[in-house]
Design a protein around this ligand. Sequence first.
Ligand SMILES: [Zn+2]
Ligand SMILES: [Zn+2]
Length: 92
Amino acid sequence: MQDNVEWAEVTDSSWTTKFHREEDDLRIRFTGPCPRCEHLTSTDVPRLIPGTPVLRGEVEEFTMFCGCGHPHPNHPDGDNSCGAYWLFEAEL
Ligand SMILES: [Zn+2]
Ligand SMILES: [Zn+2]
């Protein structure tokens, strides 16, 4: 665990992410370590395309944000994460 990683809104295309996928009727949840601070974080994607009754089912690329819940040094008020974001591709 890296509690001393300073908050920064950064990304790096060399990060590799290994996220575990879990789904129910409403959403797909991806859980895994943040590639920057290594704390556990998770992202929920609704199974329906927003505003429609249509299920997803395509491979899509979307942005994940660190939401680790740890107050990294210099984080803005209300943002308990390291500030990292990255692209993630999955079949939704
Ligand atoms: Zn963190
Ligand atoms: Zn992080």
